[in-house]
Design a binder for this molecule. Structure first.
Ligand code: NA7
Length: 897
């Protein structure tokens, strides 16, 4: 925009009285422009306030050499108007900053947005006035704005971080920040240049600076993982896909995890051979796409240490291949964080740049910077004489632009800065309790920087504007998140963080890059699609977690927590709901067994163990099959006799295979899974008597099975846990075998169905009340149901072996499991309980699917080891990335529990 026009606009605003608008928006970047367009179309008077003298936001400021987007540009575009999409053609797979800035200018012109944007205007304070229910904004130009709604479209990475190095002011040469690069050409030819910082900005700038400078010295504190962009024209296959069905391409992006339409990967690393993994990796390396490598190689790379380590090693190998000097290669190779936990970078010739004779890498881990002097940079070991220093040192991310830029004062004089002292508190990353009518676009607590920002921005803008329209229609004038909803969101964020590896790196995602900043994963790690569905659910549940008010005392508040399930449990249950399966009991017993077998065939099979042996054992009236899982460690091992779930009707010795394998690996014990007989062919008490007889046989044959002679342990899930509990009572009463501990996972313990969990979780959580009724009817006649051999809660509980009882919050069987644990405890039995919050009946056995079940299984395995008198197991991977502050995942997970 010509300067004269800017000046005219600024003075016009300055000269008037307070400008009254429906909505004020801060920032004229991707988010601010789309907001303005939508708000105007919806008939809201709107003012956009922008500090720069033109549109662009991030892309206005970050004009350093090499600045490009690192999501493919066809995906990093507005999608709200198909005509806009046809009117603009990107020239490159990853467009440069000037091209993206031109695009945003094109958008501003196309929708004639500039007249409502006040450029060169910085907000100096924002204060909520409860009496008039409006925000009052003061600005650096003196002009004030009064608005009903205040929307921060300030971007996630717009508040540069100070350099935090002594002596910057003393330096006599030129200083540049990548985040505030001048518009005028910066001449580097023939100069001695330093770059401090090797994040995305540094990695993009370094190769181009090296081409110009006489000498470039790179000061690196932490190496980042980078993969080659393989830039060029937009890839023909992706463009063709987009063109073939634009609407569905965009819809897929909106429902995906990262905001780019790649399918969900289901194969896990350990299901692939070395050669297959390498082939997938080479394809990804050649594809040059961060989202591809982060989501398409194998499903466990973002959530599991071992799956991640395989990928990280392959990237490390590439670095060693490219960089000729082994010492430099070693310094450039990250070892302190999992791949993707810190923002991975997309590069063009980055690693190869270190082969140039005019480039030196200084490893600040070995020689920290002591100070910047008049003539250069001094480390512990050297002095670099310099003409230019470039700071690529990053941003006070996510909260910086909202918290630090100007005071925001909400209801009751509360300052946002104070409210966020210990980290950002938000509901959905969109709103903050105590700050009515304030919205943040891509704020902390939303997918934002862990996604394609273009997709996340459009989703937020649409959600906010649609809410404002709905409020106007309903006659409400204020909207504010409730404390309950906000606390619930914090819990959900913590649950999501437990799931991914982001918490295990010190990064700007967690606030660790800014000294003194509160730490915790700030962006929402649960994925774009799930997040969108949650926002939509808030609306369909009558604005759950929001208080809306209007003139004449109108008020609506449906208070509550939007997500109470663990994030992966929610995904699984949604997938099951989408499958629209008929109730299992409709199939009949054999049909249900067939269905279960087919269902199980599609799940991850379970990780390798030392040995798997099938056999048969003898009981009165016949023989029973068993499957034995032996750890890979040297034996003899303690033995756990395991009883599968399935309501005494379904399943067999292999139906809980992934769980048995996992527990065998984690506990270091032999698991013998018993194929006890089923109803309706064999009704009560067959399962109970088989369980007892099998345990006796296994204890007597412990040595033959390669196990440790002596006491055995029993374990089971669901009806299998019922069999295990009954077995302990029978063993006590019938003179053995000796049982040293019982692990009961979601046990059936009683024949009454009136406990709250039976009603609260009657439907919607896979195991339904009617399915349980069906199981009971097939197994046991009403007259027999109070027999302790099927209702162990009604039996004598003194003298039972120590127990570990796991119950899940969303399980009809929850309360009877808790009742059994409490009753045993009251009878003097040592009992530990795990009440798994946000889990459902099958959570613990869905190994490699419900990842948040890991911490529970760790605790269960440790309990088994305690029963056997063994110390907790050391687990490979728990300490894999544990350089300093990093905490092992099971520790975090159990803390979260
Ligand atoms: P980043 O990714 O935060 O990178 C900043 C880099 O600067 C990083 O290597 C830091 O090392 C380093 N740094 C920061 N402060 C210092 C000091 N005081 N001394 C030495 N080194 C320092 O910011 P970028 O601008 O590169 O990228 C931000 C995002 O913008 C990017 O991910 C894209 O989304 C776009 P550290 O890792 O903290 O040890």
């Amino acid at each position: 925009m010509p300067d004269a026009m800017v000046a005219a606009r600024v003075s016009e605003a300055a000269s008037g009285t307070t400008q009254q608008v429906d909505v004020a928006v801060v920032g004229a970047g991707f988010a601010g422009l789309y907001l303005l367009h939508r708000l105007r179309k919806a008939g809201f008077t709107t003012a956009v306030l922008e500090e720069a003298d033109d549109v662009g936001g991030t892309w206005y400021w970050n004009r350093y050499p090499g600045a490009r987007c690192d999501i493919q540009t066809i995906d990093y575009s507005y999608t709200f108007d198909p005509e806009l999409e046809s009117a603009w053609k990107w020239s490159e797979k990853y467009a440069t900053q000037p091209e993206i800035l031109r695009y945003l200018g094109f958008v501003a012109d196309r929708y004639d947005l500039r007249p409502d944007i006040r450029f060169r205007t910085r907000i100096t304070a924002a204060t909520w006035d409860q009496a008039v229910e409006r925000w009052l904004l003061t600005t650096n130009s003196g002009a004030t704005v009064s608005c009903r709604y205040y929307i921060m479209a300030t971007g996630c990475l717009s508040s540069p971080k100070p350099p935090e190095i002594d002596g910057v002011k003393d330096f006599k040469g030129e200083i540049y920040f990548t985040s505030r690069w001048p518009r005028e050409e910066v001449k580097l030819a023939g100069k001695r240049v330093a770059v401090i910082g090797t994040g995305s900005s540094g990695i993009q700038a370094i190769p181009l600076i090296a081409e110009q400078a006489a000498h470039l010295t790179v000061f690196q504190r932490t190496p980042s993982f980078a993969i080659p962009a393989q830039n060029g024209p937009p890839p023909a296959d992706r463009v063709a896909l987009l063109k073939s069905d634009r609407a569905s391409y965009r819809a897929q992006a909106r429902d995906s995890l990262a905001g780019v339409p790649w399918p969900l990967s289901t194969v896990v690393s350990w299901q692939l051979s070395d050669a297959e993994r390498r082939e997938r990796f080479e394809t990804a390396w050649a594809a040059g796409d961060l989202i591809y490598i982060l989501t398409q190689l194998w499903a466990d790379q973002g959530v599991d240490f071992e799956g991640n380590a395989v990928l990280a090693d392959l990237v490390r190998e590439k670095i060693r291949e490219i960089v000729k000097n082994p010492e430099t290669a070693a310094a450039l190779t990250p070892h302190d964080h999992p791949f993707g936990a810190k923002r991975p970078c997309l590069d063009t010739n980055y690693y190869a740049t270190y082969n140039r004779p005019n480039v030196t890498l200084v490893n600040l881990r070995q020689e920290p910077i002591k100070s910047i002097t008049a003539s250069g940079i001094k480390t512990d070991k050297r002095t670099a004489d310099l003409d230019v220093i470039v700071f690529a040192t990053g941003f006070d991310a996510m909260t910086g632009a909202i918290r630090a830029v100007h005071p925001i004062t909400g209801r009751g004089g509360k300052s946002l800065s104070d409210v966020w002292t210990h980290g950002p508190q938000t509901y959905l990353g969109l709103t903050v309790a105590g700050f009515p009518n304030l919205f943040m676009i891509t704020g902390p607590g939303s997918p934002s920087v862990l996604s394609n920002m273009a997709v996340s921005i459009e989703q937020h803008v649409d959600w906010v504007v649609d809410r404002l329209i709905a409020m106007r229609e309903a006659g409400f004038t204020t909207i504010e998140a409730t404390e309950t909803a906000q606390a619930g969101w914090a819990q959900h964020m913590a649950d999501c963080s437990t799931l991914t590896l982001h918490r295990l790196a010190n990064t700007w995602y967690t606030g660790a890059n800014v000294p003194g900043k509160a730490q915790g994963v700030m962006p929402y790690p649960g994925g774009v699609g799930p997040y969108r569905s949650i926002c939509n659910e808030v609306v369909s549940h009558n604005m759950l977690g929001f208080r809306l008010t209007g003139p004449n005392g109108a008020e609506q508040c449906n208070d509550g927590q939007i997500v109470r399930l663990q994030p992966d449990v929610r995904l699984v249950l949604n997938m099951l709901a989408d499958m629209k399966l008929p109730p299992l009991e409709c199939f009949g017993a054999q049909g249900a067994r067939d269905f279960l077998a087919a269902f199980n065939a599609a799940r991850p099979a379970g990780r390798p163990v030392g040995d798997v042996v099938d056999g048969t054992l003898t009981v009165t009236g016949g023989s029973l099959p068993y499957r034995l899982y032996r750890p890979a460690t040297p034996g003899p091992h303690p033995i756990v006799v395991y009883f599968h779930g399935g309501g005494w009707v379904l399943g067999d010795q292999v139906s809980d295979e992934p769980f048995c394998r996992d527990m065998c690996r984690r506990s270091g014990m032999i698991f013998v899974s018993v194929g006890y007989r089923h109803a309706p062919e064999h009704r009560f008490p067959t399962a109970a008597e088989d369980g007892y007889a099998a345990t006796r046989w296994i204890a007597e044959h412990a040595a033959d099975l390669g196990g440790k002679p002596g006491p055995v342990m029993v374990a089971g899930w669901s009806a299998g846990a019922n069999v295990a509990a009954v077995t302990c009572q029978l063993a006590r009463d019938r003179g053995g075998p000796q049982i040293s501990g019982q692990l009961l996972v979601c046990p059936v313990t009683d024949c009454t169905f009136d406990r709250p969990s039976y009603n609260d979780n009657a439907t919607g959580y896979f195991l339904t009340r009617s399915l349980m009724f069906w199981f009971w009817d097939l197994y046991c006649s009403p007259a027999d149901r109070t027999d302790p051999r099927v209702s162990p809660l009604r039996g004598k509980l003194q003298g039972l072996p120590p127990a570990f009882v796991t119950t899940c919050e969303f399980d009809p069987l929850r309360d009877e499991g808790v009742a059994y644990a409490e009753a045993m405890s009251a009878a003097g039995v040592p009992v530990e309980q795990l009440k798994a919050r946000g889990h459902f009946h099958t959570s613990m056995t869905m190994v490699d699917v419900v990842i948040t079940g890991v911490s529970g299984r760790v605790q269960m395995a440790d309990a088994l080891r305690r029963f056997a008198g063994l110390p907790p197991a050391w687990r490979e991977g728990d300490v894999g990335f544990r350089p300093s502050q990093v905490v092992a995942p099971h520790e975090i997970a159990s803390a979260a529990e």
